[in-house]
Design a protein around this ligand. Structure first.
Ligand code: CO8
Length: 245
């Protein structure tokens, strides 16, 4: 897959799919084109048996993504049409539906839809000069790329409210402290670290990974009893799959 304008999609022989958000002059802001291209590439990642792990990163050295392209705000003919487009191409739902492990390698700003995209991934590695925030309230909006729901699943509720309601930015060490990101590395170690983690994941059984991700993400919306039941069902399903193969 290639020929995209606003993302770069690359696949390595060892099973890693790299998605690079590629609008460095606009700090990799998510415009409609990038959104469409991501919406096209994610199903390919889901379906391609050669892809075991996906890593999302930003081009350039300033940002993972500075969020939705604010120069496009107000260009949709009507609020109703805007809603229809979002409904038809639910990019964030598409991200969350990928059953393979996904890693966000965050170098620099991850704001609004940028950090929200990273929160749709399973693991977030950030460079020590990164900054995160949900500036939507500043723009008269609620987080609409899933952030109001994904962030409370990672970060303690009170801290989420502060981040959303003040629209303040936080730095990498605070991001690590509150559990928004998994680890901080120096800028030059960002990509090698993401790659090392991806390779470690790939060394594990592909079906086990898929079922484990399923258990972790679906279980979050269940009671403990329901979650334990889900875990049992998935481990039995994995066992049956093994026996059958
Ligand atoms: N959209 C479009 N262009 C942007 C964006 C953006 N979000 N962010 C930065 N740019 C552009 C700037 O316009 C500038 O372009 P140019 O050089 O042509 O003037 C270039 O990137 C560099 O930016 P700055 O000069 O502003 O760099 P600074 O270091 O001074 O500041 C900041 C960096 C703090 C990141 C600043 O650029 C900023 O605040 N950007 C806007 C952040 C923002 O508000 N993002 C929107 C969040 S809302 C959101 O994401 C809602 C999600 C809803 C879902 C929608 C689906 C897509």
């Amino acid at each position: 897959m290639n020929g995209f304008e606003n993302i770069i999609y690359e696949k390595t022989d060892d099973g890693i799919a790299w998605i690079t958000l590629n609008r460095p002059k606009a700090l990799n802001a998510v415009n409609t084109k990038m959104r469409d291209e991501l919406y096209e590439v994610l199903p390919a990642i889901k379906q391609d048996p050669d892809v075991r792990v996906a890593i999302v990163k930003g081009a350039g050295d300033r940002a993972f993504s500075a969020g939705a392209d604010i120069s496009e705000f107000g260009t949709v003919p009507s609020v109703a049409i805007g809603r229809e487009i979002r409904w038809e191409r639910d990019l964030w739902g598409m991200f969350l539906s990928v059953q393979k492990p996904m890693i966000a390698a965050i170098g620099g700003f991850a704001l609004g839809a940028g950090i929200e995209m990273a929160m749709c991934c399973d693991i977030r590695i950030a460079s020590d000069d990164s900054q995160f925030g949900l500036p939507e309230a500043n723009l008269g909006m609620v987080p609409t790329a899933g952030g109001s729901q994904t962030m409370p699943r990672l970060v303690l509720h009170g801290r989420v409210s502060e981040i959303v309601l003040t629209a303040d930015r936080i730095d990498a060490s605070e991001g690590l402290r509150i559990g928004l990101i998994n680890r901080i590395v120096s800028r030059d170690q960002l990509i090698p670290t993401a790659e090392t983690i991806a390779k470690k994941i790939i060394s594990n059984d592909a079906s086990a990974l898929m079922y484990a991700k399923n258990a972790i993400t679906r279980g979050l919306d269940m009671t403990l009893d329901q979650g334990l039941e889900l875990e049992k069902r998935l481990s039995m399903a994995l066992l049956r799959k093994r026996i059958a193969s």
